[in-house]
Design a protein around this ligand. Structure first.
Ligand SMILES: NC(=O)c1ccc[n+]([C@@H]2O[C@H](COP(=O)([O-])OP(=O)(O)OC[C@H]3O[C@@H](n4cnc5c(N)ncnc54)[C@H](O)[C@@H]3O)[C@@H](O)[C@H]2O)c1
Ligand SMILES: [Zn+2]
Ligand SMILES: [Zn+2]
Length: 361
């Protein structure tokens, strides 16, 4: 099958022929219908997070089940599914208390050492990126890495729920538990931030302040539910938010992956407020906070994949979309082919797109 392979870091992706195995007992072979480009893929391509090579990138996808292993009863060939990198073991303390996205034994869903790899190239193993590898015609994943969805859900838009939508909405609903009427700020209005904004809208936030440096992103943010916009290129965003709100927000979300933006998220809180960090701050970087702020009960927390329970959350998001309450059409700025994947990441770097989605035939 054809796949987009990361061979060198930093580097671009090469479209190559890669071999995929047949399903082991608890594995599912999925024919990929669509795969979104997420900034997390780009962080790995740029070396901000380490990863072994060669690896097939991509992790935000939806498709149709092609074949299942002999112990799989949850899905059958022909089922429509969304994949999720929060592949859970189902047995650890975090899984058993509903925190699947921070499963401590997800490695148990990988193939055991000594077994043939799921992906290979000319007899040599190829790394499966974060248990997914969606930039390929087929995926071979553990059954705990997918959820069955309604057949009437368009798969190109379903793909976005596989990471960006779940990450943004889940940060608001599951991690921060934003209250109706509260005031929210979202720093970074890309695929993740726009979903945090529409999550805040759905949660009933009273005021939603969107922050970015690009006017086109701020315009999109308004479409997704922002009531106010702040251009961070036109002065300190913290000062602008403190002035707009008369003392800060209840909840702030960092959706870029920058030390400075995480610090801004904390510093724009009102007393008792909570900053939720979604962006992937490069490995090795620390963030600095004014210690005296803790006397004002300001809080800061991380959010991994929207603290999801994805087999519950994702079908709900599908329903919200089909009921007209979740915006996904507006999130797809470009439909591209696998061969155009590098151009898609170039567009992400310039900030001209919300999301590019690879659509397979
Ligand atoms: N925690 C998780 O589980 C999780 C999941 C998916 C993605 N992420 C991370 O979320 C972050 C956002 O991903 P994305 O796909 O939305 O990226 P993106 O590139 O689509 O969006 C980033 C946005 O930030 C804006 N921006 C850049 N610098 C800025 C600054 N200094 N001030 C204000 N705005 C600025 C850009 O203009 C852009 O609109 C990335 O770090 C990604 O790795 C985390
Ligand atoms: Zn992602
Ligand atoms: Zn677990």
């Amino acid at each position: 099958m054809r796949a987009a392979v990361l061979n060198t870091i930093p580097g671009q992706l090469d479209i190559e022929e890669v071999q995929i195995g047949s399903p082991g007992p608890r594995e599912v072979l999925v024919r990929v219908a669509a795969a979104g480009l997420c900034h997390s893929d780009l962080h790995f391509m740029e070396g901000k997070y380490p990863y072994p090579t060669p690896a097939v990138l991509g992790h935000e996808s939806a498709g149709v089940v092609e074949a299942v292993g002999d112990q799989v009863t949850y899905v059958q060939p022909g089922d429509h599914v969304i994949t999720c990198l929060s592949v859970y073991c189902g047995n650890c303390e975090n899984c058993l208390t509903g925190h699947l996205s921070i499963c401590t034994n997800a490695a148990s869903t990988d193939r055991a050492p000594g077994e043939p790899p799921r992906l290979s190239r000319d007899g040599e193993p190829v790394w499966q990126f974060i248990k997914m590898s969606s930039f390929a015609e087929m995926m071979l994943i553990h059954e705990h890495g997918l959820v069955k969805i309604r057949d009437d859900m368009p798969l190109d838009r379903a793909a976005l729920i596989g990471c960006g939508v779940t990450t943004g909405l889940g940060a608001v609903f599951n991690t921060a538990k934003v209250e109706p009427g509260s005031t929210v700020a979202v720093i970074g209005c890309g695929g993740i931030g726009l979903n945090a904004i529409q999550g805040a809208r759905i949660a009933g936030a009273g005021r939603i302040i969107a922050i970015d440096m690009l006017p086109n992103k701020l315009e999109l943010a308004r479409q997704f539910g922002a009531t106010d916009v702040v251009n961070a290129a036109e002065g300190d965003p913290v000062q602008q938010v403190l002035e707009l709100t008369g003392g800060g927000v209840h909840d702030s979300f960092e959706a870029i992956g920058l030390k400075v933006a995480a610090e801004q998220a904390f510093n724009m809180l009102r007393s008792g407020g909570t900053a939720t960090i979604i962006g992937m701050i490069p490995v090795g970087q620390n963030i600095e906070l004014p210690g005296a702020s803790f006397l004002r009960e300001k809080k800061i927390q991380g959010s991994n994949m929207g603290s999801n329970r994805f087999r519950v959350d994702m079908p709900r998001y599908v329903d919200l979309y089909l009921d007209g309450r979740l915006k996904l059409d507006e999130l797809v700025s470009a439909r591209i082919t696998l061969d155009q994947v590098n151009q898609g990441f170039d567009a992400m770097k310039t900030g001209s797109v919300a999301r590019s989605v690879i659509v397979f035939d």
